[in-house]
Design a protein around this ligand. Structure first.
Ligand code: FAD
Ligand code: UDP
Length: 382
């Protein structure tokens, strides 16, 4: 950091260079002319959405597959200022009973699983017969058995969820498995959002453009606690885990971690679609082949296996009532810390996708200093 900048001080100290921190830094610096210091303890920007070229020259996501999708034109337009896009609709197959079947469960899943030739209308009747009446729907088990019955729940959801979370589905909020819909048509896409695309040159390039502003200084490999007393600043934005920020004073918030096992294979294609889920048979939950996501042409291919685990970097808040109650204690502390704003997946303990974090950060920007804030204007990168 140059001496002049550090002597003059910063309007904002932003902790974390992921989506939450980068969006707020960009908005504060370019829209409101504020001087911003962004620190991240990792050696790179982008947070968990960081991507990089591996040793074979294949673009991979070190923290697991990140597919961008949103229904919000505002969010898509905002990010489009920093990247061009490659249209991409994610497809996932689940390995069940020796077959690779479409997930979300759709007409083809049921027909192929049971060797039937039902029409959409008939499959609706079929699902109506096997679905259980559950009143009220409270847990991740309830939501699936109420939609498709216990057999399909056991084949596609129970094992995956136990692996992913280390809990029974009945111990998790309904919102977790409710992320995956059920269809009676043949739509094989994982998401149905209006906008589905990957940053054409990768996420990291997009973050570089967001953060390359003369009012933004960036310090990597730096924990905010190393600089918060050394550098003058007026407000802080914290995007790391909220329990760590408050020294775990109410106890640790549970997070789920993942061990990512990356490999490169000397073959052009490994699997038919971007991701294959393994609900039942393996210690890993899914395998993703990155070239499907990025469209990259290469003689080799890189894949990642995901092994969920309890220890390691916190990746997923765990949605269940006891954790929500504990988070509320931290939320009250966060509201009382008037010089700090908490934004992002770990700072607000919410199982948010990237677009939801961008929306949360843009909303926080509008709230921070309402007098000067303006709504995002649509735009494209030059
Ligand atoms: P993060 O990206 O976690 O950024 C927080 C940053 O703060 C980190 O870089 C961290 O190093 C830094 N930090 C923390 N503490 C400190 C400290 N003390 N000092 C300095 N720096 C600190 N979303 C989708 O929309 N589509 C997907 O397909 C998708 N797939 C996912 C797959 C996996 C395996 C995971 C884990 C998440 C996935 N997500 C996906 C969610 C997505 O990763 C998040 O919504 C998004 O990256 C959250 O951004 P954030 O800025 O809140 O947090
Ligand atoms: N899920 C499942 N089987 C699947 C896919 C998902 O049981 O084949 C459940 C599981 O509990 C998972 C949740 O649905 O954690 C949400 O799935 P999603 O693909 O959205 O998870 P993410 O990509 O966020 O890890």
């Amino acid at each position: 950091m140059d001496a002049a900048a550090s002597a003059a001080g910063f309007d904002y100290l932003i902790v974390g260079a992921g989506f939450a921190g980068s969006v707020l830094a960009e908005r504060r610096a370019s829209q409101a002319g504020r001087r911003v210091l962004v620190v991240d303890r990792r050696p790179h920007i982008g947070g968990n959405a960081y991507d990089r070229y591996d040793d074979a020259g294949i673009l991979v996501h070190p923290y697991g597959p990140h597919i961008f999708h949103t229904n919000s034109a505002d969010i898509f337009d905002y990010l489009s200022r920093f990247t061009a896009w490659r249209p991409y609709e994610h497809r996932v197959l689940a390995s069940v009973d020796g077959q690779l079947l479409p997930i979300p469960i759709n007409l083809d899943t049921i027909n192929r699983l049971y060797g039937l030739r039902l029409t959409s209308f008939e499959v609706e009747e079929f699902i109506g017969r096997v679905a259980e009446r559950v009143e009220p729907v409270r847990t991740s088990e309830d939501v699936v058995v109420a939609r498709v019955g216990r057999e399909l729940y056991n084949k596609f959801f129970r094992g995956y969820t136990r692996k992913q979370w280390g809990l029974e589905p009945r111990e998790l909020d309904a919102s977790v498995t409710a992320r995956v819909p059920t269809r009676t048509n043949r739509d094989p896409r994982y998401f149905t959002d209006r906008f589905q695309a990957m940053p054409l040159h990768g996420y990291t390039r997009m973050f570089e453009r967001m953060l390359s502003h003369p009012n933004i200084k960036l310090m990597l490999n730096t924990d905010y606690r190393e600089v918060q007393e050394l550098v003058p600043w007026k407000r802080m934005v914290s995007t790391g885990p909220v329990d760590a920020f408050f020294g775990y004073r109410h106890g640790r918030l549970p997070y789920r971690s993942i061990r990512f096992e990356h490999s490169t294979l000397a073959q052009e294609r490994y699997q038919e679609v971007g991701t294959v889920n393994y609900p039942n048979d393996q210690a890993y939950t899914r395998i993703t082949e990155f070239k499907h996501l990025t469209g990259q042409a290469h003689r080799a291919t890189s894949i990642v296996h995901e092994y969920p685990c309890a220890d390691g970097d916190p990746y997923y808040p765990i949605p269940r009532p006891a954790n929500a109650a504990l988070y509320r204690l931290y939320e009250a502390d966060a509201e009382a810390a008037r010089h700090v704003t908490f934004v992002g997946r770990l700072a607000t303990y919410r199982y948010y996708n990237m677009d939801q974090v961008v929306a949360q950060a843009l909303a926080a920007f509008r709230r921070l200093e309402p007098g000067e804030a303006t709504a995002p204007e649509p735009g494209r990168p030059a």
